[in-house]
Design a binder for this molecule. Structure first.
Ligand SMILES: [Zn+2]
Length: 284
């Protein structure tokens, strides 16, 4: 997604650093209100539910500790809990760093001890009996697997008042992706009244629905076609560069994404235009 924010958080009194002589400066805990606001901003920028992810991280740790105890080889173990629909277990064995990276469906969180042992055996030795046991466990816990999202009935509206998204999409797909992108595209919802915004999410991509939404604020005469194309191009890149997790952080725009972004012909122009006219985009 592309989100532009042009405001800064005001530093509140209770965020000021307390400096003690001969000691490190220890920040006082953020007020509840500030924490809440930071969380909301992070979520709107990343499009994630931080509460859910935090909870999952804690559970992943707990599960890691249980499995680690059954590993014989002394390798380090990393566990990530997923909400996958198809892949319930995947292991990356990285001999160079003596680390196993284990991705597990959250159904394993409260698994009984026998399953925990089986996971250890499976990770370490690819053990057949353990694998069969895990298969049975997965079958018995199918109800915890989120069914594949039904396509929400979305009214796709590609033809705006000033710009035709379908036309721009086809052109981009042909020129930059060899026709390899398969997504739907639509203008976002219409405004009910003009607002002054503090931020605007110009575009978004939903991998589940393979749907790109472009903010209606861009469907105006003063917005050049190449700028609409630029935002659309960015969202199309999200299909070929899915979110990557590195060192526990979600990389929504990994380096290879940013490199591809620069291949857009009017890259400099688009960035310059955005700087100059963002204020106008914000009032819609
Ligand atoms: Zn993005």
């Amino acid at each position: 997604m592309i989100t532009v924010k042009i405001f800064l958080l005001k530093v509140e009194k209770d965020q000021e650093l307390e400096v003690r002589p001969l000691a490190r400066a220890i920040p006082k805990p953020l007020s509840k209100e500030t924490t809440e606001r930071v969380r909301a901003i992070t979520e709107s920028m990343l499009g994630v539910d931080s509460e859910r992810i935090l909870n999952r991280a804690t559970r992943g740790q707990a599960l890691r500790d249980r499995i680690q105890g059954h590993l014989r080889g002394g390798q380090r173990l990393k566990v990530t809990l997923t909400d996958n629909t198809y892949t319930m277990i995947s292991v990356k064995r990285m001999s160079s760093r003596a680390t196993y990276e284990l991705r597990l469906h959250h159904m394993f969180y409260d698994a009984p001890e026998s399953i925990i042992v089986a996971l250890a055996r499976y990770v370490e030795d690819n053990d057949k009996d353990s694998s069969a046991l895990l298969g049975d466990y997965i079958d018995a816990n199918q109800t915890k697997v989120r069914p594949r999202k039904r396509q929400r009935a979305v009214n796709l509206e590609t033809k705006g008042e000033c710009h035709d998204l379908a036309e721009i999409y086809d052109e981009l797909n042909r020129n930059y992706f060899g026709g390899g992108i398969s997504a739907s595209v639509t203008w976002g919802s219409k405004r009910s009244q003009t607002k002054r915004r503090r931020s605007i999410k110009m575009g978004s991509y939903s991998p589940d629905e393979k749907l790109i939404r472009i903010h209606r604020s861009l469907d105006r005469a003063f917005v050049p076609r190449y700028f609409v194309a630029w935002v659309l191009y960015h969202e199309m890149l999200h299909q070929i560069h899915p979110v990557r997790v590195k060192g526990g952080r979600r990389l929504v725009h990994p380096p290879e994404f940013l490199a591809d972004e620069r291949k857009f012909k009017q890259y400099e122009q688009a960035v310059a235009w955005q700087k100059k006219y963002i204020v106008h985009l914000l009032s819609y």
